[in-house]
Design a protein around this ligand. Structure first.
Ligand SMILES: Cc1cc2nc3c(=O)[nH]c(=O)nc-3n(C[C@H](O)[C@H](O)[C@H](O)COP(=O)(O)OP(=O)(O)OC[C@H]3O[C@@H](n4cnc5c(N)ncnc54)[C@H](O)[C@@H]3O)c2cc1C
Length: 477
């Protein structure tokens, strides 16, 4: 596993010097990173089994600087990998040795807040959590809440169409972004969408969100902010088996009940997260659902009553409501730290696929069988309400054979998601990780059409070029 480092020949070294010299004329010295030590910080993202040293790193502070850098790269055929905080789990921000990294982390200002229209204009390098923090004093928040929200940027969220625990009710990134300012590869600055609730013409914003840094560099975003609910209450539902919990999720959704969040953990995940967060998760349960309801006390009570009735029909063993803000915080800390907590006990790869919720019981059983057939262990912790699975396959990264097995087991799980009518990705994107699996989801005709759309924006294929589309040359734009 991993990508080999080709040794640069003299031509590449000379070219690198010319590129650095060209870039240094466009941005101040503190915005250009060329030393090996400092570039190393950008050689991977959260898919750490892959790494490559970028040619150079630029950290612009304005849209104008981004435009100048991209125009230069376009003219000189330089590849560009846009980067936010580098938390991509799909390898979306991993560079190539013949590409520069363009990081937007320094562009992190709030530009305007309009509580009347419930919108906020921000620079794209702002972190997800900072957006909510800016408006919390007025009782507002930005809804999509990836577990990485403390670090990840809205730029990365837009590129990956990120989700989170509370997206079941409020939608994912694409449902909460109204507009973007984006720089095209030739340096042209375009505004797509607006403060208004709808825009005329083709849904270009829909195309940009989820385009994984391949259509342009987003420098600003207009986000929708929402008023906080009167109250919110997470409730823990412990089941004997994963199948029972999965069937309960399908039944709740099937009954037309949409809680704010409906998160699933199997036994290994419960143990890992409880040891980390001391959240009061039931350690005797085989599977746990964290279901959060919100609204007035009466609204929450009414919805919970319906959910408990359904859960009882599916064999729920324990039901425990949060009784205080401290308990609520601990419950969410446990869930949102699940990946980090898992990293304390083993190396893992985090899969991300989506399935129709009705298939949950079958798919959970099959995941277990698949991973066991490779002699490995799995912890499942995921957004159950929208069928977005995150099996964490545990392995030892110092054992190449085991690492390969983990990757193969992950591939089998993603193929299973497609087989049952789901999708290769849920919220982490395709990146490098799932690039070669795209043929399991799409025909050559589908992929060719998508590549042609991409080529309209970036005819020379310079923006994040090695991602998303299979590189076997069978199809071209
Ligand atoms: C512990 C952990 C928990 C996570 N939990 C979740 C979760 O709950 N939900 C979820 O959806 N994801 C989750 N993720 C994945 C990751 O945090 C998201 O994909 C996030 O949106 C990436 O943001 P980033 O700023 O780190 O972007 P990066 O990783 O830097 O980049 C991600 C992609 O965005 C592109 N990009 C970056 N900036 C720009 C720009 N300005 N213009 C155009 N393209 C750009 C990059 O080229 C790349 O393709 C998690 C990751 C970790 C490590």
């Amino acid at each position: 596993m991993g990508i080999a480092f080709p040794i640069p020949d003299n031509a590449i070294i000379l070219r690198r010097e010319a590129i650095i010299s060209g870039l240094s004329a466009l941005i101040p010295p503190e915005s250009l990173i060329t030393s090996e030590d400092e570039r190393r910080a950008f050689e991977t993202d959260a898919l750490t089994s892959y790494r490559r040293m970028p040619l150079a790193v630029v950290l612009p502070t304005t849209t104008e600087e981004v435009a100048a850098i991209l125009a230069f790269c376009n003219e000189n055929g330089v590849k560009v990998v846009p980067r936010g905080a580098g938390t991509s789990l799909a390898g979306g921000a991993i560079p190539q040795e013949d590409a520069i990294v363009l990081g937007v982390g320094k562009m992190n200002k709030v530009l305007d807040i309009n509580f009347g229209d419930r919108t906020m204009r921000v620079q794209s390098g702002i972190t997800n959590l900072a957006i909510s923090a800016e408006v919390a004093h007025k009782g507002f928040f930005y809804a999509p809440d990836p577990s990485s929200q403390l670090a990840c940027t809205i730029a990365g969220n837009i590129a990956m169409n990120s989700g989170g625990a509370h997206c079941l009710r409020y939608g994912v990134t694409t449902n909460n972004i109204l507009g973007v300012r984006m720089v095209l590869i030739d340096g042209t600055v375009v505004d797509i969408g607006s403060d208004a609730m709808d825009a005329q013409g083709l849904d270009l914003l829909g195309l940009i969100i989820g385009s994984e840094g391949q259509l342009g560099v987003v420098t600003e975003a207009i986000v929708r902010i929402l008023p906080m609910a009167e109250g919110a209450r997470p409730v823990l539902f412990g089941f004997e088996t994963s199948e029972e919990a999965g069937a309960c999720v399908a039944a709740i959704i099937g009954a037309g009940i949409i809680p704010v969040a409906m998160e699933f953990m199997d036994k290994p995940a419960i143990e890992i997260c409880e040891a980390f967060a001391h959240a009061g998760y039931p350690l005797d349960a085989g599977a746990l659902l964290i279901i959060e309801v919100e609204g007035s006390d009466a609204e929450m009570d009414a919805m919970l009553k319906k959910i408990v009735t359904i859960a009882k029909k599916h064999g729920v063993k324990t039901v425990k409501e949060s009784k205080s803000a401290t308990e609520t915080a601990a419950i969410w800390k446990g869930r949102k730290s699940a990946f980090g907590a898992t990293g304390r006990i083993a190396d893992y790869i985090c899969m991300d696929g989506t399935i129709p919720t009705g298939q949950l019981p079958y798919v959970l059983r099959r995941i277990d069988e698949i991973v066991k057939s490779y002699g490995l262990r799995v912890a499942n912790v995921f957004h159950a309400g929208d069928g977005n699975l995150h099996p964490l396959i545990l392995y030892n990264c110092n054992d190449p054979e085991e690492a390969n097995k983990a990757e193969e087991a992950g591939n089998d799980i993603l193929k299973l998601c497609v087989e049952v009518g789901g999708c290769l990705t849920g919220e982490h994107g395709v990146g490098i990780e799932k690039r070669d699996l795209m043929r399991h989801q799409f025909t050559d005709i589908d992929l060719g059409q998508q590549m042609r759309v991409r080529a309209v924006f970036d005819p020379k294929w310079l923006l994040n070029p090695a991602k998303v589309f299979p590189l076997d040359g069978r199809i071209s734009p």
